[in-house]
Design a protein around this ligand. Structure first.
Ligand code: FMN
Length: 179
């Protein structure tokens, strides 16, 4: 399957990168084609709502690193969003990439896609993932994508917090058993 992984953390060796690395390695081992974009390391201008892309289809005024992302998104069968909780949502960097989907909105809605979320946060409250999962579910519903449960790591403020937890295995399993 063609898989796009969009990460949102500015930490290259952070908590969520452990989950992303486990997932990507397992998915590649299982024979999937995985493309990973670390959005916090890329030049991605936030959408300004100029609506140029609605006047001339698929023409965003910003000619930045989203130009690499768009073709992969259009053919993705699986999209995996990876983000630390930032005030109970995704990071601004990942949100900027998501908002820029606007330029290819129609294509994305027509493309049957499965979506997963790999998230981590320092909080241990059972409601800590409510906001981010509600957003993902709602966005996927709008996009006609099939949102599936991913990995939601609570009590994970630093990578070491994942040691002796089941979360890395869950990310690995997800990559191994994608269908
Ligand atoms: C700006 C900021 C906001 C955060 N907001 C939350 C939050 O709302 N809930 C939470 O549980 N953790 C929050 N955290 C903690 C991070 O989610 C946590 O440290 C995570 O492990 C960082 O992952 P990373 O190393 O992959 O970036 C926040 C951290 C920062 C820097």
């Amino acid at each position: 399957m063609k898989i796009v992984v969009l990460t949102g953390s500015p930490h290259l060796k952070g908590t969520t990168s452990v989950l992303a690395d486990e997932f990507v390695a397992a998915a590649q081992k299982a024979g999937h084609e995985v493309v990973r974009f670390d959005t916090a390391q890329m030049q991605i201008h936030p959408c300004t709502g100029c609506d140029q892309c609605k006047k001339v289809e698929e023409t965003c005024i910003f000619k930045d690193d989203m130009l690499q992302v768009y073709p992969k998104m259009k053919e993705a069968e699986v999209v995996v969003f990876v983000s630390p909780l930032y005030y109970f949502g995704v990071t601004a960097q990942l949100k900027s990439a998501i908002d820029r989907f606007y330029a290819i909105n129609l294509k994305l809605r027509e493309n049957p896609t499965k979506a997963y979320l790999l998230a981590a946060g320092a909080d241990v409250d059972d409601w800590a993932m409510d906001g981010i999962t509600a957003h993902m579910k709602t966005m996927c519903r709008y996009l006609n994508w099939d949102y599936q449960e991913g990995v939601l790591a609570l009590g994970a403020g630093v990578p070491e917090d994942l040691e002796n937890t089941d979360y890395p295995r869950q990310a690995r399993e997800l990559g191994t058993h994608l269908s």
